[in-house]
Design a protein around this ligand. Structure first.
Ligand code: GLU
Length: 492
């Protein structure tokens, strides 16, 4: 048997370090055994998936040094590798489940389901699908389909008993069937949910080992049941521990930058980031901290993964990066520095703002040095403004941070619209409102527009600078945070 593993990202946001981490362990596991590692794009959520996000994921995985032998961009014998191009396949398998009596149609509207959950809540029952679709006769189902009523397809799930399965790291896991919902497999739009598409594709793509984040453990019973319904052998399952913030909470962008783009923009070396991800819950047999991908593959043993939540710590990463960096010879150092920050692709969007404002090349760095920096070293006094009290500055920065935390469109026009809208809602003149943002992002207001800078720096570094500035001027106290949040919610 050839070992085949995969990473199956959903292209719904910025490329996450957690994706690179799981991809790395899949790659190391497969390669150590002479197998293949493939990449599949799980874009069945048509509302949230974007081609830009897919491209960013592919680019950033490659940047960090991860390569796949089959995927949407490189092809392969089991394609297409993008789920949105495989709709007819899933439909066929969903129909098969219906024919075999393992799945059923459900016409319940979302209002009906809300009401069902409400009633369950009142009666102190667990909130889950109550099997109402199973009570419909075949005739009725056919009539309602013919009448064009929207429906979903759900899988049947045993009402009692226990699902027992093996996890490569955790051993035997038991989950009561009573806890498992009759999962929707096909949505009303005719597209599959993650669960159906994932199982069908892992089977058709001959995946032998599913190595993924522990947040998927509770989905395993549904998946294993689907394998059984189809009469297929299930792959081995391995649920990796989640990366954590230093306070042990799940790594989240509100506390820690999670986008790979952030680490690239901060000037980390991809080798160091990959090396650090390899240290997340895993160690070399000789415990050495610095190792290359090839060394990791050579010595890889998945059983050395420890389950205590690995902490993703920027200081440790920086230390490791410094080790990698100091080993470069001077020529490579210069080359890589130029590639990182002085390249045309990165600087192009800034040039139109820089050229009209300078007289000599030596004016460039004072004007645009913030595009080549990491965190900006700001002081409380830098935020002094004749129209703004400290209180205003604190609130502007915090409200802007909340707003930008959920902002997905990150081009300059959208950012300007969002920021000026917030300024108006908070009752500030745009110029006043933007002042603290200039200081937080650029360290000065004597430079080109801050929304252009944020667009160039990207969401994670911009957010990190805002968070840093909030720390400097003093974020809301616990009491303030509640009141501010309420006020903020009312504004937006
Ligand atoms: N599309 C899922 C994700 O975004 C894949 C989970 C899995 O590996 O099964 O993480």
């Amino acid at each position: 048997m050839t070992v085949r593993t995969r990473i199956a990202p959903s292209p719904t946001g910025d490329p996450h370090v957690g994706t690179a981490y799981v991809a790395l362990f899949n790659l190391a596991f497969a390669k150590q055994q002479g197998g293949e590692f493939i990449l599949r794009i799980e874009d069945t959520d048509q509302v949230r998936s974007t081609p830009e996000s897919e491209q960013a994921i592919l680019d950033s995985l490659r940047w960090v040094g991860i390569e796949w032998s089959e995927g949407p961009d490189v092809g392969g014998p089991y394609g297409p590798y993008r789920q949105s191009e495989r709709s007819s396949i899933y439909k066929e398998y969903a129909d098969q489940l219906i024919r075999d009596g393992h799945a059923f149609h459900c016409f319940a509207t979302s209002e009906e389901l809300d009401q069902m959950r409400e009633e369950q809540k009142e009666q102190g029952l667990p909130q889950k699908y109550d099997g109402r679709g199973l009570k419909l006769s075949q005739d009725e189902v056919q009539k309602r389909i013919a009448a064009g009523e929207p429906y979903v397809i759900r899988m049947k799930v045993p009402e009692e008993g226990v699902c027992v399965f093996n996890d490569m790291l955790r051993g035997q896991i038991e989950i009561d069937w009573a806890q498992i919902d009759m999962q929707v497999l096909m949505k009303a739009d005719g597209l599959p949910t993650y669960h159906l598409a994932n199982v069908v594709d892992d089977h058709l793509m001959k995946i032998t080992h599913v190595i993924r984040g522990e947040e998927w453990i509770n989905s395993a019973p549904k998946h294993l049941l689907l394998y059984k319904y189809f009469g297929w052998d299930a792959p081995e399952l391995c649920h990796m521990p989640l990366l954590r913030n230093p306070d042990k909470t799940k790594l989240s962008k509100r506390k820690n930058p999670t986008s790979i783009n952030f680490y690239e923009r901060m000037g980390y070396m991809p080798e160091a980031l990959l090396n650090y991800l390899g240290r997340m819950g895993w160690s070399m047999p000789d415990e050495r901290e610095k190792f290359s991908l090839a060394e990791m593959i050579e010595h890889f043993d998945i059983l050395r993964v420890s389950l205590g939540g690995p902490i993703f710590d920027l200081e440790k990463l920086s230390w490791l990066n410094s080790q990698w960096l100091r080993e470069l010879d001077q020529t490579s150092f210069i080359l890589r520095f130029v590639q990182w920050g002085l390249n045309a692709q990165y600087l192009s969007p800034a040039i139109e703002h820089i050229m009209p404002r300078i007289n000599t090349f030596s004016d460039v760095v004072p004007l645009a040095g913030h595009l080549l920096s990491g965190m900006i070293d700001v002081k409380v006094d830098d935020f002094t403004h004749k129209k703004l009290e400290t209180e205003d500055v604190r609130r502007i920065l915090q409200f802007a941070a909340w707003k930008l935390d959920v902002q997905r469109q990150w081009d300059r026009d959208s950012l300007f619209e969002v920021a000026s809208g917030l300024a108006k809602a908070m009752g500030y003149k745009v110029g006043e409102f933007f002042f603290p943002l200039f200081i937080a992002i650029a360290g000065t207001s004597a430079t080109f527009s801050v929304v252009d800078a944020m667009a160039i720096l990207g969401p994670d570094l911009s957010r990190a600078r805002l968070r840093h500035a909030i720390g400097v001027v003093g974020g809301p106290s616990k009491k303030e945070a509640k009141a501010w949040q309420k006020e903020f919610d009312a504004l937006v």
